[in-house]
Design a protein around this ligand. Structure first.
Ligand code: PEP
Ligand code: CO
Length: 457
């Protein structure tokens, strides 16, 4: 099995799984139904998904302030998207369970020592020592507790009305950030317009998003014993559902048609993401869609392309065409992060902001030209002023990477870079819409809008 974890103590491993199976679920099936409906709308050009968060969450970051900041930046990106695209949005965090990392290299070498790679806090420890790198099943129980505490705090903050539009001022991050002013300006403009108009008018998409809107949770379906232990039967769905999170995605390294991960995902009703990398053949993708979405339901599948900026223009159109031809109902999203990783000469991983931006814009344009709707962005971000990705208006340089590089895994866009990306994405959208309007066209996906069918997956 791909990405299999070999736990040295089989008895302890079983004991942990039995305990996990008895723990309460973290989310309710009705939330999953709601999310699937919203993703269906995003597939049909009526909504936009902002899915963002850490590459891998760390147990040490399970703290109120850190979680609140993560919620705020996600809400800010949503506000920018709703405002810029004039569509309701749906917020999905890579949060409350994104503790595992797929690895290309099973081992890590440092000087004379070779140890198993760090695979995320749910599996082993980051410290480079034999004891830390040994897979420990108790980490699954810890991951459950941390997911639970994170989600509990997210729900508490949500209940406090943070996401209500009247609370815009509370969305500001603590501390000074290069782009705080920019967000404040947009927020103030929206507040003023609402006060002047006394009505929603142009802001209907915002009000639709902000009326006590939840932030949904997601993580990669990687560690199958953990995922299975949190999978429960739902009478409402008439199916098994993973109640450890709302949304799961199938990673680029585990999407083999006859693989264990696909087999597991076939049996649950959650909305699923599929990472689509440059090696994905269009017919293979269609075969995977038929397996994972046999009833061709809208909202069940989000195809998250991560092709790399140099390949996206060439590889995306054939994939879109194949899906269109096969009449498969999917929601398209773009992950401009995972196809654009580069290693510096000292081994540090980074991503260039320009490459990330380029893949987003190329994908947006390709979808537009094919009468398809790019219904979401999938990003690795942090609310902090880290120096992990090079470039952007804030001008992080290669030599500044070491200044504040915190990620244990992939480099994330910092606060200013995240906002800049969304603003430029929305500006480009206005440009495309402007061209459409000038030629008398409409901006909707190629398909006529069909009713949203919600059933078991
Ligand atoms: C990820 O999303 O963190 C990831 C590893 O992505 P991919 O499977 O697309 O490489
Ligand atoms: Co990553």
């Amino acid at each position: 099995m791909q990405q299999l974890v070999d736990y040295p103590d089989a008895v302890e491993f079983q004991r942990v799984l039995t305990q996990l199976e008895q723990r309460p679920a973290l989310v309710h099936p009705s939330e999953i139904t709601k999310l699937r409906q919203q993703i269906a709308e995003a597939g049909q050009g009526r909504r936009f998904i902002v899915q963002a968060g850490e590459c891998a969450e760390r147990f040490i970051d399970c703290q109120s302030e850190i979680i609140t900041e993560k919620m705020k930046i996600l809400l800010q990106l949503c506000l920018l998207a709703a405002h810029g695209l004039k569509k309701p949005v749906v917020a999905i965090g890579r949060i409350a369970g994104q503790f595992g990392k797929p690895r290309s290299d099973e081992i890590e070498k440092r000087e004379s020592q070779t140890l198993p790679s760090y695979r995320g806090d749910i599996i082993n420890g980051f410290e480079f020592s034999p004891a830390a790198r040994r897979p420990d099943p108790h980490r699954m129980l810890d991951a459950y507790q941390y997911a639970c505490a994170t989600l509990n705090w997210m729900r508490a903050v949500g209940e406090s009305g943070l996401s209500a539009l009247s609370q815009l001022k509370r969305w500001k991050l603590s501390g000074e950030h290069a782009q705080t002013r920019l967000f404040q300006d947009i927020a103030e403009r929206i507040e003023e317009s609402i006060a002047v108009l006394g009505a929603w008018g142009d802001y209907a998409p915002l009000s639709a998003f902000l009326s006590r809107n939840p932030i949904f949770t997601s993580h990669e379906a990687l560690l199958l014993p953990y995922e299975s232990a949190l999978t429960r039967w739902s009478e409402d769905e008439g199916s098994y559902v993973n109640l450890g999170t709302h949304f799961l995605w199938l990673g680029e390294r585990t999407r083999q048609l006859d693989g264990a991960h696909v087999e597991y995902l076939k049996g649950i009703a959650n909305p699923l993401g599929i990472k689509v990398g440059p090696s994905t053949a269009p017919d293979e993708l269609v075969a995977l869609l038929r397996q994972l979405n046999p009833n061709n339901e809208w909202g069940r599948i989000t195809l998250i392309t991560r092709l790399g900026q140099s390949k996206a223009a060439e590889l995306l159109p054939p994939l879109v065409r194949a899906v269109q031809k096969a009449k498969q109902n999917v929601t398209w999203a773009c992950d401009p992060m995972h196809g654009n990783i580069v290693r510096m000469s000292d081994g540090v991983k980074t991503r260039y902001f320009d490459s990330i931006m380029a893949e987003v814009l190329v994908s947006q344009k390709a979808h537009h030209e094919m009468g398809s709707w790019l219904g979401g962005l999938h990003l690795e971000i942090t609310a902090e002023d880290v120096t992990e990705c090079v470039g952007g208006e804030v001008g992080v340089t290669e030599s500044q990477l070491a200044l504040n590089y915190q990620s244990y895994c992939d480099p994330r866009l910092n606060y200013a870079q995240s906002l800049e990306l969304m603003i430029r994405f929305c500006d480009a959208f206005k440009g495309l819409a402007h061209c459409e309007a000038a030629s008398g066209g409409v901006i909707l996906p190629h398909r006529s809008v069909e009713p949203v069918v919600v059933g078991s997956g």
